[in-house]
Write a protein that binds this ligand. Structure first.
Ligand code: HSE
Length: 408
């Protein structure tokens, strides 16, 4: 009999215990393992739960129990999660986590510690909620040269955008609802400012390209500057605005990770992914294109991915080396997004078509219901992002909206 310890009994932690205990018998039988719940670490008391006797407030109870072979870290945040996880790995206990901030900031170091102590550090739940994406990338698609990956990586913002578009709900009300449903981060600024999606694209980029991509090297924009007017123009253009995390290899051999709202055309599968769902597309030389879809946040969807990792940790006593990347000390391999070629939606007040075309060339104009007479919205031809900036600074009038198109 081996023991599982769960660090944290919040939304994901309680879901992890619930799913594990509910399915424990079949999990053990089907996987040929014998795992029981040993400990739940939390500073709070939960006296009324059927497993209240498993609670501890002291990480040393877990560290000093040799029967604990698998630890699920579902506390969130870097501290004290980082110290706890590192201590567990240093004791040879495999750790799985849903904590994207921890993986994005400390992944290389924790993977190295796991390797040194012949155990595993797994993080399927850190990206895409219930969607299997980490394993497919380092296992199923491992034979390919992956050229790009992009998707909707944050359930909260996709939920908010969907509610704003389909129900005309205010940003604040939609965010409050996402918090109630357990989708949002403790500090929802991480969701709406794009930091959560940024951490996830860092994890995917690191895994795909084999070198740690740190969040502070990635250009990141959230959804707080989006207006209902921009959303209406996207709809009349035949698409939708989505917060997209993306990474691609550039012509000079660097990589370009980025998070920003994008106009996604109606023909692209990502435009139809609504509510809390996430969708992730991957492109590579052998398989061309694959897409992953599912619930990107929430108690049991996230727990589903954590429990999958718990089982894998219990089954694989040695380090899974494909789930690995090296640390990076430079940023030379990250391309400047200003050099990227983009087509951009622009909404401008008090300008005119003659000036727009003189600067940008032939553009596609879009209209919307209730469009004021002094407002124009257009899509530029493809050009370097820094060229768009130069032309915009020469344009008379006020620029009210500026959203890149998704090129996938
Ligand atoms: N706040 C995150 C989201 C939770 O909304 O996607 C899942 O990582």
């Amino acid at each position: 009999m081996a023991k599982l310890a769960v660090l944290g009994h919040g939304v994901v932690g309680s879901g992890t215990v619930e799913l594990f205990l509910k399915n424990r018998e079949q999990i053990n039988r089907k996987n040929g393992i014998d795992l029981e719940l040993g400990y739940v670490l939390d500073i709070r008391d939960f006296p009324d739960l059927p497993y209240s006797d498993k609670f501890t407030k002291d990480i040393n109870d877990i560290l000093n129990d040799d029967e604990v072979t698998v630890v699920a870290e579902v506390m969130g945040g870097v501290n004290p999660a980082y110290d706890f996880v590192l201590s567990c790995l240093n004791k040879g206990k495999s750790v799985c986590t849903s904590n994207k901030e921890l993986v994005a900031k400390k992944g290389a170091e924790l993977l190295k510690a796991a390797k040194e102590h012949n155990c595993n550090f797994m993080f399927e739940a850190s990206t895409g909620g219930a969607i299997p994406i980490i394993r497919p990338i380092h296992r199923c698609l491992a034979g390919n040269d992956i050229t790009a990956c992009a998707g909707i990586l944050n359930g909260t913002t996709n939920f908010i955008l969907t509610k704003m578009i389909t129900e005309k709900m205010s940003f604040e009300d939609a965010l409050a609802m996402a918090q109630e449903l357990g989708y949002a981060e403790r500090n929802p600024e991480a969701d709406v400012e794009g930091h959560d999606a940024c951490r996830k694209i860092c994890i995917l980029s690191s895994l795909i390209y084999g070198k740690h991509v740190y969040p502070d090297t990635v250009h990141c924009e959230g959804i707080t500057k989006l207006t209902l007017e921009d959303v209406a123009y996207a709809k009349s253009w035949g698409g939708a605005v989505k917060l997209i995390g993306s990474v691609k290899r550039t012509e000079d051999g660097k990589i370009l990770p980025m998070v920003a709202p994008r106009f996604v055309c109606g023909g692209c599968q990502l435009s139809n992914i609504d509510d809390v769902f996430n969708g992730i597309m991957v492109w590579g030389d052998g398989f061309d294109e694959v897409m992953f879809y599912g619930r990107g946040a929430g108690k049991l969807p996230t727990a589903s991915a954590v429990v999958g990792d718990i089982i894998d940790c219990a089954k694989h006593s040695k380090t899974i080396l494909s789930q690995m990347w090296e640390d990076s000390t430079d940023t030379d391999f990250i391309a400047d997004y200003k050099d990227d070629s983009v087509s951009v939606y622009i909404r401008v007040q008090d300008s005119d078509k003659a000036q727009i075309e003189a600067l940008f060339g032939e553009c596609e104009y879009i209209s919307r219901e209730g469009q004021p007479e002094n407002e124009l919205a257009f899509i530029t031809p493809v050009m370097a992002e820094k060229t768009v900036d130069e032309k915009l600074s020469a344009l008379s009038g006020n620029v009210l909206g500026r959203i890149r198109l998704f090129e996938g």
